[in-house]
Design a protein. Structure first.
Length: 254
């Protein structure tokens, strides 16, 4: 029986996860993953993408195991009902009711993953900085207010602003549980916090020089917010114990 999550009430816990450095990929411990996760990790055309996926899911299982006080391989997942259609493809959740207040979200992109935990619905997103062609192709699909903001910027600033905007939008839609089945033009997630969707707190996150990050939390700002870098050896054999220690440790700001 679990003792409940090591997450103080009102706390938003965020973890950055880096793919293993070159030369240490073979040390990645896949034993905590289930068969479907291992198959998915092996299916990527680019091996580095498979390593990023595997690193993110090892981290998620080991972090959930630490918060819920259960072995990582025993963590099982389900999908909550979609708010739009009611079908089971909404927010991911832990399948067994170890603790109903622990919500989580996972995102990964090009060597970096971001994991968020809270006692209410949460969505996170991390994305590599966008190319100019991506900005040009995706801007027409945005909310009219976002298009107006981006159009007022010079091309260099527009690329940077679009990257921050898009991660906010993805984090919010993941927090809602709809993902991009809810069109990107519906909600304003631009630079003006007062115009963003009511009932949600949306924050930009520092995720390194090559990535943008964001978190969306249902309700007002958290009582405490912690952003930490998961230790590199947490993904290797025996690393689950280190994850438990890191969860319990007083965080050092990233």
């Amino acid at each position: 029986m679990t003792t409940g999550p090591a997450l103080p009430a009102g706390t938003l816990d965020l973890w950055l996860v880096r793919r293993p450095a070159n030369g240490s990929e073979d040390r990645l411990d896949l034993s905590d993953l289930d068969a479907a996760e291992r198959k998915r990790a092996a299916s990527f055309i680019r091996p580095t993408d498979g390593l990023t996926y595997a690193s993110a899911h090892i981290a998620l299982r080991r972090l959930l195991g630490a918060y819920l006080d259960i072995p990582p391989p025993q963590v099982t997942f389900l999908r909550e009902p979609c708010p739009g259609c009611g079908k089971p493809h909404g927010r991911p959740a832990v399948a067994t009711p170890h603790h109903p207040r622990l919500h989580f979200s996972l995102s990964h992109s090009h060597g970096t993953a971001l994991v968020g935990f809270a006692d209410r619905p949460v969505g996170v997103d991390v994305e590599r900085l966008p190319r100019a062609t991506t900005v040009e192709a995706c801007t027409p699909a945005l909310h009219p207010g976002e298009q107006q903001e981006l159009g007022a910027l010079d091309p260099g600033a527009r690329q940077e602003a679009f990257g921050r905007l898009w991660t906010r939008k993805e984090a919010f839609l993941k927090g809602l549980g709809t993902g991009l089945s809810r069109g990107p033009s519906v909600d304003y997630l631009g630079a003006d916090p007062a115009r963003r969707p009511p009932g949600w707190t949306v924050l930009d996150l520092p995720c390194g020089p090559r990535h943008n990050g964001a978190v969306a939390l249902q309700g007002g700002p958290p009582a405490a917010s912690r952003l930490r870098l998961l230790p590199a050896d947490a993904l290797f054999a025996g690393g689950a114990a280190g994850v438990r220690a890191a969860v319990a440790r007083t965080p050092v700001p990233v």
